[in-house]
Design a protein around this ligand. Sequence first.
Ligand code: AMP
Length: 282
Amino acid sequence: MIKITTAAEETREVITEWKRQGLSVGFVPTMGFLHEGHKSLIDKAAKDNDRVAVSVFVNPMQFSPNEDLDKYPRDFAADTKLCEESGADLIFHPTPEELYPDGFCSFVDMTGPTAELCGKSRPIHFRGVCTVVNKLFNIIQPDRAYFGQKDAQQLAVIRRMVKDLNMPVEVIGCPIIREADGLAKSSRNKYLSEDERKAALILSKTIFMGEKMLKNGEKSISALLEAMRKNIEAEPLAKIDYVDAVDADSIRKIDAVQGRVLVAIAVYIGKTRLIDNFIFEA
Ligand code: AMP
């Protein structure tokens, strides 16, 4: 039976006992409403480690007041089932009050890799992400933590935080899992109406198109981004938040195809903001 905890203290006790037995711990932080993207992370964690902890927590600190915190989809019973089937041993499912009690006032903030892409349109987002991931790392004390390439900037930010703050955790990036038609799996896909679901395909189509252009030898970043923007603009239900190319590790803007190039997009389909990306190694 999978163990479910809501208190940080109790979670620590479970982990401490595992560590006492010399077992390695893999950790997968999530916001719940789990799908096969999350499952791929849990499966990988189960392969690499003796024990796997998954956190299910919709972190209020990473949402701006105008964002979708209140309507973010939740289904803890289904999440528990998926975790059990994937071989997770523990789900940490705290309340916001457990992680942010009265008087909470310490934050982990970052410059650099948070400046571009999602950091521009969601200015407080990464401070919330870094703070909660730091807290979760302190509670779970994992040997390895698993993050999806789907959130490529988040992965780069976490890698940087772990390096800068000497955290004893190995960060492991996992590939993007897609629906059969190409759309990257996301809990937010649930918001899409039937027409929007069709329109949302413009993200993956544009990503595949961009990837093909670079593979075919396109050398101009501006020509690449221009072609991708045009492609998205042809879809009436789509509104571009950003279409950008940055260095995949530093998340700094680039103007030449060199090193590890992260091409990332964020697009509103109706009211739903979706993201997708690819990495091209020049
Ligand atoms: P979330 O619950 O959306 O915060 O995501 C939790 C973790 O799952 C993050 O590391 C995400 O990058 C990862 N993830 C979400 N969707 C996918 C996907 N389609 N493929 C791979 N990883 C994903």
